[in-house]
Design a binder for this molecule. Sequence first.
Ligand code: SF4
Length: 210
Amino acid sequence: MTRSERQELIDKGLLLPLMEEFYTIQGEGFHKGTAAYFIRIGGCDVGCHWCDVKESWLAELHPPTETSKIVENAAKFSNTIVVTGGEPLTWDMTQLTTQLKAKGLQVHIETSGAYKLTGTWDWICLSPKKLKLPTEEIYELANELKMIVYNKDDFRFAEEQASKVNKDCILYLQPEWSRCEKMIPEIVDYVMANPKWKVSLQTHKYLNIP
Ligand code: SF4
């Protein structure tokens, strides 16, 4: 396959830079505790300094993989598929989600929302980042808003983002992992004073699973 042929398939979402895939327990947010198969797609240029998957950033490091193969494999493991990254919306998710839905699977996405929403999703976890704000359209569609709290200014940012989502969207504050000790007491106080928010923790890290 020539480079341009490969690029054409990537542009159509028929090839995706697959970083890793694994069956585990969803550790965060609304579906915490649910067994799910994770598909991690490489590529992200949002650039969060505290990102815990910096290895995902460069798409070129991850093999362009046929979407049909990703789907075939995922379907063997779970009825619940979580597409994450990197930033999966860097790519056209139409093919991947159409094929997953054709297998009758529940398809979730974890995204910063920084790029156009493509694909068909049963659950959208929107986690906005200051460096590249979400597109306007995704606020209406998000099922949960997961705000990462690294410092106090993140409470201000969280409120700003919460004012933009739809009324049914569930609101979570989640401490950035390296800042848990410092920020958990602040988050606890904040949620008690502002109970529209719930606390989310990265329980998979406490469980020592991926
Ligand atoms: S958006 Fe996600 S993957 Fe991208 S840099 Fe930020 S935390 Fe990392």
